[in-house]
Ligand binder design. Sequence first.
Ligand SMILES: *[C@@H]1O[C@H](CO)[C@@H](O)[C@H](O)[C@H]1NC(C)=O
Ligand SMILES: *[C@@H]1O[C@H](CO)[C@@H](O)[C@H](O)[C@H]1NC(C)=O
Ligand SMILES: *[C@@H]1O[C@H](CO)[C@@H](O)[C@H](O)[C@H]1NC(C)=O
Ligand SMILES: *[C@@H]1O[C@H](CO)[C@@H](O)[C@H](O)[C@H]1NC(C)=O
Ligand SMILES: *[C@@H]1O[C@H](CO)[C@@H](O)[C@H](O)[C@H]1NC(C)=O
Ligand SMILES: *[C@@H]1O[C@H](CO)[C@@H](O)[C@H](O)[C@H]1NC(C)=O
Ligand SMILES: *[C@@H]1O[C@H](CO)[C@@H](O)[C@H](O)[C@H]1NC(C)=O
Length: 481
Amino acid sequence: MATSISFVGLTCFLLSLCLVCSLKEGYAFEELRESYAESYLTHTFEVSSLFASSICNHSTKANERESTFRVVDKYGPCYQPNQHRSVVSPSLTEIIRSDRARIYSIHARLSKNSGRRDHIVEPNSLSIPVKDGRAFRTTNYLVTVGLGTPKKDLSLVLDTGSDLTWTQCQPCTKCYKQTEPLFNRTQSSTYVNVSKTDPVCAYAKRPGTVPPGADTLCFYRIAYGDGSISLGFFSKETLTMSAAEKINSFLFGCGTDNTGEFDLEAGILGLNQENASIVFQTAQKYNKIFSYCLPSSASSTGHLTFGSQTPAPANIIYTKLVAQKSPSYGLDLIGIGLGGTKLNISESIFTTPGTIIDSGTVFTYLPPVAYTTFRDAFRVAMSAYPRITGPSADIDTCYDFSKNTSVTVPVISFFFKDGTVVGMPGKSSLITYNSTLSCLGFSEYDDDDDESIIGNLVQRTVEVVYDVAGQRIGFAPNGCT
Ligand SMILES: *[C@@H]1O[C@H](CO)[C@@H](O)[C@H](O)[C@H]1NC(C)=O
Ligand SMILES: *[C@@H]1O[C@H](CO)[C@@H](O)[C@H](O)[C@H]1NC(C)=O
Ligand SMILES: *[C@@H]1O[C@H](CO)[C@@H](O)[C@H](O)[C@H]1NC(C)=O
Ligand SMILES: *[C@@H]1O[C@H](CO)[C@@H](O)[C@H](O)[C@H]1NC(C)=O
Ligand SMILES: *[C@@H]1O[C@H](CO)[C@@H](O)[C@H](O)[C@H]1NC(C)=O
Ligand SMILES: *[C@@H]1O[C@H](CO)[C@@H](O)[C@H](O)[C@H]1NC(C)=O
Ligand SMILES: *[C@@H]1O[C@H](CO)[C@@H](O)[C@H](O)[C@H]1NC(C)=O
């Protein structure tokens, strides 16, 4: 069975990811398996490194590129406004609730596309009232874009699950409180209204909801899984990236009526596979290629970069993008491994519902059968540490590392149908809430029919390359710190 899978990529990948691996370069994976049959491929790190510091430590990697945005954690010191206010990170229970509301909307959308709407389990039946689901409060990664001329800096949520980019606009009918001043369209010399008769108005999808007195213009209305709504003018503007690189006539939503569970950010940057997404709008310039690296903690920074990288990131491994899951980003996951060993889970558990990778879901969600096997193996591998009761039934594998100085965690690997094996640093499997509470950042669905979701925790520090033109997704270690 193992012979049909190329482990070479995994070996390289693991070697460069593991801080402490008692392995030597040049071994084929099977040889390693024999020599270390009883041991796990592991990742050892200082417990103190699980906590964000109160001072931002900028990662310099990839920042020299022109087509780059800096990525920061909304709840950490690298988000400038936080230096002047006290930030309260959401609890783990809140994160799970928010994730579930988000996943509900992702699944509803995917199943609508594939005609299996009846399979959707509403969050209500999971005892999560939809109104209470904060689909965006905990989507924690922000990028700062420059909008208009002269440019105004706005922090938007990086979202591979959305198409439309929007921000709150003056004059505003209804706007929630945001950190940066609201974008005032009358103060920009490059602002252009899109007319209702312009073909691109079709991208706005719901042009029917016209506010009174302006029926010649193109309007958009976007509603999210948690009941949040943004409504306003579909417009064109100049968008400026970190290093003065500009995108002209960028289509975005100038939201004059916004409600919902947004938490001080100025709006959303949509990166999915639809025409309104920045990825498709800039197809000529960047060939539908972008990549991001999410920082290891709230006190480091990552990046979002457009266009192909030359040279390619070191040790990058590509796997096929599954077109059927578009506009989300689908992957052909067939298995999951821990410590270099593939777990005994039937491939069909993964392949029947399929898998997507998402920047906005925090935890990684697996079908129940797969989760149980994975969690049990994780607990065995972590039996040297005191396990404590988790904050909810959804977060059932937690540890108190406060008496330990370092921790050794098995490396997680994702196995794909095309033979690709991608290893993630073991540390990325953990979510740390406070000094006495760190939990496994994986959870399960109620329903085996739901797509697995590779969430953002496990993607931290990995350069994830979305090559839509080449229909592949790449993973490279050490994209940022
Ligand atoms: C900042 O990050 C660099 C690179 O990861 C590291 O070497 C350095 O010690 C960090 N500085 C602080 C103050 O944490
Ligand atoms: C927007 O800018 C215009 C022109 O400077 C100004 O007259 C108007 O008061 C501003 N609107 C708001 C709501 O600040
Ligand atoms: C865009 O439309 C609004 C509403 O009709 C109008 O007030 C504004 O002047 C228009 N802006 C431009 C640049 O045409
Ligand atoms: C997206 O754009 C392509 C090419 O311009 C067009 O063929 C397609 O119909 C558009 N899709 C939507 C939903 O507007
Ligand atoms: C894998 O699981 C199947 C079904 O649970 C079982 O029949 C089989 O013996 C297991 N294989 C190994 C190597 O444990
Ligand atoms: C971690 O600390 C706990 C509590 O002191 C201790 O029982 C356990 O052996 C330590 N684990 C390791 C691997 O040192
Ligand atoms: C960490 O958080 C948990 C859950 O809220 C709480 O029970 C525990 O007391 C906290 N520990 C510390 C050291 O604050």
